[in-house]
Design a protein around this ligand. Structure first.
Ligand code: SF4
Length: 359
C-alpha cells in the first residue's frame, strides 16, 4: 500500500480548489465570497499565517484559525555560479524532503516541481529513482512549491515564475489526481494565474495516465521521456518499460495526438556509448514516424549511483542532425545548474550526505 501524505499535509485549505473553499465556507454557515480573501492571502499576498490577513470578520477568522496554513519549510537553498538556477529543498510536515528548482532562460523563469517524495520508477541514471519511493505529495504540497518559487522571486524584486515543468522528483502520472487538483489551483486566475499552455507534464511512460490526460482533454503540454528506441535498450535505462513497453507507449502517444491535436515533446537523455549514435537516432525517428513530435536532447547529468557519462558535444550534434534529417524538430537542452546538483534528487542526496558526515 502506498503511504498517504500526513494529516497536516492532506487536510489543509491549501489542497482545495476555489470552488471547494467556497463549499467549505458555506458548509460552516459562512458566506462563500470570503473564499476570495482566503485565496488572495494564500496565493497573491503569500501570507505565512492568517495573522497577516486584515479585514476578516471574526467568524471567518475563527474558522481559519482552526485550519492553520501548512507550508513546507526551506531546508536548504543553493544558487548556481552562473546565477541562472536556484534550487530549494523543502521539508514537508512529516519530515520528507522534495526539491523545487527555479531556472531562468532568456529573462523568463521556469519552476520545476516535484510530485512525489521519492519515485517508484527507478530510472537508473536518476538520483531520485536510486533513492526509492516514499509517498505521493498532496495537492497543496505541489502548490506550495510554486508559492515558494514566487516568494523567492518577489524577494528578488521580480514576478513569476511564468512557466512550470512537472519534471522534478516523482512521476506525475503515478500521482494523477493530486497533480490535476494542484494544476487546477495553480492555473486558476485567482491563484497564480499561470496559463495551462505554460505547464508541461513529464512522464516516463505511464500509459494509463497518458490515456486519461487525452480523454479528459487536459490543456497541458505532455513530455514523454524515452531514452531508448527499442525495448531492450529502453528497459535497461527505464525499468518501467517492462510494464508498459514501447509499442503500448507509442500507441498511447498516437491516441493522445489524435484526441488532442497536440504536439508531444519527447525527452532523450544522451548517455555516452549507450543511446547516442546516429543509427539510434534513425531508429528513434522511425519509431515516432507520423507523430507531431519535438525531441529534446539532454546530455546526461551525472549521478553518483550510475556509471554512465554525458555524450560529447560532437556526438550530440551528430545525433541531432540525424533526427532533423528525418524531419523531426529537435533541441539540445542546456544543462543548467550542474554545480548546484540541479538533476532531480541530487540536492536531497547531497544534503543527506552532509547531514550524515561527521562534524
Ligand atoms: S527520472 Fe523521473 S520518473 Fe525516472 S526515477 Fe527519476 S524522478 Fe522517477
Amino acid at each position: 500500500m502506498i503511504p498517504a501524505p500526513s494529516a497536516a499535509a492532506a487536510d489543509g485549505l491549501q489542497n482545495l480548489t476555489f470552488r471547494e473553499v467556497e463549499a467549505a465556507l458555506e458548509a460552516a454557515g459562512l458566506r462563500p465570497f470570503h473564499a476570495r480573501a482566503v485565496w488572495r492571502a494564500m496565493y497573491r499576498d503569500l501570507a505565512g499565517s492568517w495573522d497577516e490577513v486584515a479585514d476578516l470578520p471574526g467568524a471567518v477568522r475563527r474558522w481559519l484559525d482552526a485550519r492553520p496554513l501548512c507550508f513546507p519549510e526551506v531546508a536548504a537553498e543553493v544558487a548556481s555560479g552562473d546565477g541562472w538556477t536556484r534550487k530549494f529543498l523543502l521539508r514537508l510536515a512529516d519530515g520528507r524532503e522534495v526539491e523545487t528548482v527555479l531556472m531562468e532562460f532568456a529573462g523568463r523563469h521556469t519552476a520545476c516541481l516535484s510530485t512525489q517524495a521519492g519515485c517508484a520508477m527507478g530510472c537508473v541514471f536518476c538520483a531520485t529513482g536510486q533513492g526509492g519511493f516514499f509517498r505521493h505529495l498532496a495537492p497543496g504540497e505541489i502548490v506550495a512549491q510554486v508559492r515558494q518559487a514566487r516568494r523567492a522571486m518577489r524577494a528578488a524584486g521580480g514576478t513569476g515564475p511564468r512557466n512550470l515543468v512537472l519534471m522534478g522528483m516523482g512521476e506525475p502520472l503515478h500521482n494523477y489526481d493530486a497533480v490535476m487538483t494542484a494544476l487546477d489551483i495553480i492555473t486558476d486566475t485567482r491563484a497564480f494565474n499561470i496559463g495551462p499552455a505554460h505547464v508541461s507534464i513529464s512522464t516516463v511512460g505511464v500509459v494509463p495516465g497518458i490515456v486519461r490526460l487525452a480523454e479528459e482533454r487536459r490543456p497541458y503540454n505532455l513530455a514523454v521521456s524515452l531514452h531508448g528506441a527499442d525495448d531492450t535498450e529502453r528497459s535497461a535505462l527505464v525499468p518501467v518499460n517492462r510494464r508498459w513497453p514501447l509499442p503500448e507507449l507509442i500507441g498511447a502517444c498516437r491516441h493522445y495526438g489524435r484526441l488532442t491535436g497536440r504536439r508531444i515533446f519527447f525527452e532523450w537523455t544522451l548517455v555516452a556509448g549507450r543511446n547516442d549514435t546516429p543509427e539510434t537516432a534513425r531508429r528513434l525517428a522511425s519509431l515516432l514516424r507520423g507523430l507531431d513530435a519535438h525531441i529534446n536532447l539532454i546530455p546526461l547529468n551525472p549521478t553518483g549511483g550510475f556509471g554512465g557519462a554525458a555524450t560529447a558535444p560532437a556526438a550530440v550534434q551528430a545525433f541531432k542532425e540525424a533526427l532533423q534529417g528525418a524531419g523531426f524538430p529537435c533541441t539540445v537542452r542546456q544543462r543548467r545548474g550542474i554545480d548546484v546538483a540541479a538533476g532531480c534528487g541530487q540536492l536531497q542526496a547531497e544534503n543527506r550526505r552532509r547531514e550524515a558526515a561527521p562534524a
